[in-house]
Design a protein. Sequence first.
Length: 161
Amino acid sequence: MCRTEGRAQGLWEARSQLSVGFRPLPQTTPTLLQFMRAGDVLVVTRVDRLARSIADLQTIVQTLKSKGVALVCTEQPVDTSTAAGKCFLDMLGVFSEFETNLRKERQAEGIANAKAKGVYKGRPRQIDREEIRAMRAAGLSAIEISNRLGIARAHVYRCLK
């Protein structure tokens, strides 16, 4: 939720985070949970912005419940202070995780198909490993090789394994 939207709804303190990619749990969630006190209401835009899996969501909801904190979503009819809101929260969590798992399966199938067609090969190698081995055989040190080729010394060692 953006700060202006939070202030418009009369929230006392607004915290925001940008989620990118799939992490097990957003990094700021544990910090957020530490600040919550009995009687507080955690307001989020959507449930999938709070947790990445049903297990994470249930852990967060249990933590909030033990602290006496309610959860409300602005874009979804979720309010854990009511029985219907709790039910809807669990259903949203299940479908959100289901959607994520379907997306991962489709992506894995697409990658497997591309690899079978020979399309998914990754980036072509920039450094000739045989050249590195030849330079090493000529007596050059890893540092000298890395300086001449403009690559990291660690990459030279990886090529020599």
